[in-house]
Design a binder for this molecule. Structure first.
Ligand code: PHE
Ligand code: ZN
Ligand code: ZN
Ligand code: ZN
Length: 296
């Protein structure tokens, strides 16, 4: 941590450090600005307790989740939907994750103050997903066990308009039996709800997407909350078979601008975004009416 003060005993086992100081003889790797003279001085400190003030190239930032909830509906059976609002530092993050964020906002606005819902719907725009799911993990961990039990399910939307789009639905029942296992009980029903809408209403074939831990559903499933959601693909390349189903370019990434400066307004398949935004709204709205298929 920047500014931290560490006390250590310098333990020189093999004589003075020499050479380029790429690595000292106790495995300490100097990261710039340390000369050979510094190394020899360090070696002479054998057995001496020294205090280092670490001035790493780091900074501390504050980050926020934005959470909004309908005024109506059961507060003990909350439908949650979330998208991360931050981007990777390399670029503007329009597909990752402007697409999920804006569709979520549109869904919230469309629900508006009415009609009344049976279940409360809670929308979350997460901070600092790209730094290790920080916002969503903090949120879930900040809830009491009772408050976690009050969440009926969580829907995640991270990258839903990739320019070489695939139509992936989180694989709640692990139907392919490979990779990550199934989600918590009820996740299979959520998967089915998205599949039914995309394949039925939109006539778009779908594929399962493992809960591989790479997005904000992570802490929800870790505490046993049923989860699901949509994804159009990141760095992985589209196969010939997938092109036969969905069109697009074989051998190219689903998002060739993933985590790059070119993830700008041109980096969106608007048709994919439209279909997935409709699926988000439909499934969120239907769970606002009833979560019976998920929770009994
Ligand atoms: N969470 C990843 C990112 O923001 C993208 C991703 C989403 C990867 C969903 C896999 C599944 O970069
Ligand atoms: Zn990302
Ligand atoms: Zn993302
Ligand atoms: Zn499945």
């Amino acid at each position: 941590e920047a500014g931290a003060v560490a006390t250590l005993v310098y333990n020189n086992t093999e004589g003075p450090v020499n050479g380029t100081l790429g690595e000292t003889n106790d495995g300490y790797v100097p990261t710039g600005g340390i000369t050979q003279a510094d190394g020899e001085a360090l070696a002479e400190l054998d057995g001496t307790e020294i205090t280092l003030e670490l001035r790493a190239l780091m900074e501390e930032r504050s980050t926020y989740n934005v959470v909004a909830e309908t005024q109506t509906g059961r507060k003990d059976n909350v439908v949650m939907a979330g998208a991360h609002l931050d981007s990777a530092t390399e670029g503007p993050g329009i597909n990752d994750n402007g697409t999920g964020s804006v569709a979520l906002l549109e869904t919230a606005l469309a629900m508006g103050a009415e009609p009344e819902t049976n279940n409360a719907v809670r929308f979350a725009w997460w901070g600092a997903e790209e730094f290790g799911l920080v916002g969503s993990t903090h949120y879930v961990d900040s809830l009491s066990f009772e408050q976690q039990l009050d969440i009926a399910l969580y829907l995640n939307f991270d990258m839903i308009g990739s320019p070489n789009a695939g139509y992936f639905v989180y694989d709640g029942d692990d139907s392919d039996g490979v990779g990550a296992g199934p989600g918590p009980y009820g996740s299979a029903q959520i998967e089915q709800a998205f599949v039914d809408y995309l394949e039925g209403a939109k006539e778009v074939p779908t594929e399962g997407k493992d809960f591989d831990g790479r997005s904000d559903y992570g802490q929800f499933i870790a505490v046993g909350i049923p989860a699901g959601g949509l994804f159009t693909g990141a760095e992985v390349e589209k196969t010939e078979e997938q092109v036969a189903k969905w069109g697009g370019e074989a051998g190219a990434s689903f998002d060739p601008c993933y985590h790059q400066a070119c993830d700008d307004l041109g980096n969106v398949d608007r048709r994919a975004l439209d279909r997935n935004a409709d699926a988000m709204a439909y499934v969120t709205g239907s769970y606002a009416l009833s979560t019976e298929d998920v929770n009994g």
